[in-house]
Design a protein around this ligand. Structure first.
Ligand SMILES: Nc1ncnc2c1ncn2[C@@H]1O[C@H](COP(=O)(O)OP(=O)(O)OP(=O)(O)O)[C@@H](O)[C@H]1O
Ligand code: NI
Length: 346
């Protein structure tokens, strides 16, 4: 039986009011984060992934307008019970005292910039322990245990950030995020700038956290990393989630032409870049924002409203694209194959 979600996002939209324009950064996004599962949120730069993560934690700047609902499950009670904390209605005091770091932790993009250069890792971890676990009598022992949990030796904590390798710094920020044993972990591009083995080690650690019963959101450009560890995937394009479903299904049989395009652009599948550019979020078209780049544009009505299809969600008026055929699978790794997946179903 599927466990109830820990975090439920319903019809979330965020826009930024600027002097001369409005940036529509997130549009009608809905998803659940479930214990034991890792949802990878993928999409090109600027599509709204980080704004979405900030919105979940109430960290949007003053010029942001938010609509929709984000709720955190407080106990194992039914969804309609008061055991759900509405994060979109919660005040700053509740968010900072009960939610951020305590229940929902953010693993930031750059470990190097997240750490203060003039203090040892231990002093930063000790401070976080004092804030998030005020009853903890043995701060030093608690820091050592956190270090061991993320694969560091306690002695590593006595180093300054510049004395840590990229992988060690990444582990320190993970230890900081795990200080209060949060049950929801949001990791926003936690592997950017890391080499391949480190990318894999980092995402494997996130997957282990999910396997231990936490709910993990992994925001990444890195489709290979997402494919390695995700149980579920959401594909974002120009502020909307255009396709969402179990990772095994979405990666092997992508339905949205954008998902196909993203996958075709990966080295493992032939390095065929998706032509064109995403639209400016301050000038989004009324219908499907992917239309100008879509191989099915001539035959499609262009309505991007998301619809559930066979346990997956798809925002494409043309419906699921045909399965990628055997010929395409054999063609993966070659370029300019006839029957290129991105052009099928047109
Ligand atoms: N404070 C802000 N005011 C106005 N626009 C903003 C603000 N913050 C973000 N944006 C815009 O919102 C859009 C989405 O940005 P976001 O950082 O979420 O993209 P992203 O998908 O995380 O990209 P990347 O993969 O490069 O990190 C961008 O067009 C960005 O310029
Ligand atoms: Ni981002």
């Amino acid at each position: 039986m599927t466990p109830p979600p820990l975090l439920r996002v319903q019809d979330l939209s965020v826009r930024f009011r600027l002097r001369e324009s409005i940036v529509q950064a997130v549009t009608g996004v809905s998803f659940d984060l479930l214990p034991g599962r890792l949802l990878a949120l993928v999409g090109e730069s600027g599509c709204g992934k980080s704004v979405l993560a900030s919105a979940l934690l109430g960290l949007l700047p003053g010029n942001a307008e938010l609509r929709g609902r984000v709720r955190l499950r407080e106990s194992a009670g039914p969804e309609a019970s008061p055991d759900w904390l509405d994060l979109t209605a919660a005040g700053e005091r509740t968010l900072s005292r009960r939610v951020r770091g305590h229940r929902v932790a953010l693993v930031p993009q750059s470990a190097a910039t997240a750490l203060t250069p003039v203090r040892t890792a231990r002093s930063q971890l000790a401070e976080t322990i004092r804030v998030l676990r005020p009853g903890e009598g043995d701060t030093r022992g608690a820091a050592d245990r956190l270090a061991e949990r993320v694969g560091l030796r306690p002695a590593d904590l006595d180093r300054y950030p510049h004395e840590l390798s990229g992988g060690m710094a990444q582990r320190v920020v993970l230890a900081l995020a795990l200080t209060a044993d949060p049950d929801v972990i949001l990791a926003d591009e936690p592997t950017s700038g890391l080499d391949r083995p480190l990318v894999e080690r980092t995402v494997d650690m996130l997957r282990e956290l999910a396997d231990d019963g936490r709910a993990v959101l992994l925001i990444t450009h890195d489709l290979a990393a997402a494919e390695r560890v995700a149980t579920d995937v959401a594909v974002m394009y120009a502020s909307r989630i255009v396709e969402q479903g179990p990772a095994g299904e979405v990666f092997t049989d992508p339905w949205h032409p954008y998902t196909r395009g993203l996958l075709d652009a990966t080295p493992a599948r032939g390095f065929r870049p998706l032509p064109g550019h995403p639209p400016d979020l301050s000038a989004l078209p009324a219908g499907c924002a992917f239309r100008p780049r879509c191989p099915r544009r001539d035959t499609c009505s262009g309505d991007p409203a998301p619809v559930p299809v066979a346990g997956r969600h798809l925002a494409c008026a043309s419906g699921p694209a045909e399965p990628v055929g055997e010929g395409d699978r054999r063609g993966a790794g070659r370029s300019a194959e006839p029957g290129h997946a991105g052009e099928r179903g047109c």
